[in-house]
Write a protein that binds this ligand. Structure first.
Ligand code: ADP
Ligand code: MG
Length: 250
């Protein structure tokens, strides 16, 4: 479903991604671990073309993201096309990023109505169903500021799901939460994983990685140092850098 090949990205002289290859099959969950500054957020942003890459490519469900190929050259797509592609890639941020002036229900319904132009009746039904799924049906008419961080993040997940995404990218979705609210968000993510959602999750929640991930990837200084099933990467890491990192977070 997700195919990242040879992706390079620099900011000026700083090479942040140095040739990243990553494949995520349909319905699979990949957890990305790595120290601060290793390029995790940049990698997620490259996947939905929030970040232009310098070399390599990203394809989702067989479709090149952000570019079209002609001969051996890549041409960037028009903004409208990029937005269309991005509307099928869910993104859940550390900082929730809900629209503060919209209710919970409106936050979830906004993109399907305006970006995807789906019929209002269908979207209303879907919104109710998704709010049920994340346990927030009774908060449909509340505003984000009236919710806890954990509730806001669950709304953000419902909003991502409303796009009928091919993949959902999570960038440290529980890092901004008070510790007692982390569990309710991870529970929703676990449920998504069980129901076959394709997910790439940047997180430091090793327990979640162990339990839910099909593949754990360790990114360091812009390179994938190690990847494999959780039992291998977490319990029997082959590389010293992975061991050193796990020693700090476990
Ligand atoms: P991580 O998410 O793993 O902490 P990031 O992908 O956010 O890492 O950042 C990787 C490196 O790229 C860091 O050194 C960061 O300072 C740098 N960086 C990220 N975004 C930008 C930007 N827009 N301009 C310049 N440097 C950036
Ligand atoms: Mg980051």
């Amino acid at each position: 479903m997700v195919d990242v090949r040879g992706v390079h990205k620099s900011y000026g002289p700083l090479e942040v991604l140095r040739g990243v290859d990553l494949r995520v099959g349909a319905g699979e969950v990949t957890v990305v671990l790595g120290p601060s500054g290793s390029g995790k957020s940049t990698l997620l942003r490259a996947v939905n073309h929030l970040e232009k890459i310098d070399r390599g490519f990203v394809a989702i469900d067989g479709e090149l993201i952000g570019y079209r190929r002609s001969g051996d050259r890549l041409h960037e797509l028009k903004e409208r096309e990029i937005l269309r592609q991005r509307s099928r890639i869910g993104f859940v941020f550390q900082s929730f990023n809900l629209f503060p002036h919209l209710t919970v229900r409106q936050n979830v319904a906004e993109a399907p109505l305006s970006a995807q132009r789906r019929p209002r009746e269908e979207v209303e039904e879907l919104t109710a169903e998704l709010l049920d799924r994340v346990g927030l049906r009774d908060k449909a008419d509340a505003y984000p500021r009236q919710l806890s961080g954990g509730q806001q993040q669950r709304v953000a997940i419902a909003r991502a799901l409303a796009l009928r995404p091919k993949v959902i990218l999570f960038d440290e979705p529980t890092s901004a939460l008070d510790p007692e609210l982390v569990g309710e968000v991870l529970e929703v993510m676990r449920d998504l994983a069980r129901s076959g959602t394709t997910m790439i999750v940047v997180t430091h929640e090793i327990g979640f990685a162990r339990e839910v991930a099909d593949t754990v990837v360790f990114l360091d200084e812009g390179l994938i140092v190690e990847q494999g099933p959780p039992a291998q990467v977490l319990d029997a890491p082959r590389h010293e850098r992975t061991r050193a990192f796990l020693g700090k977070v476990l």
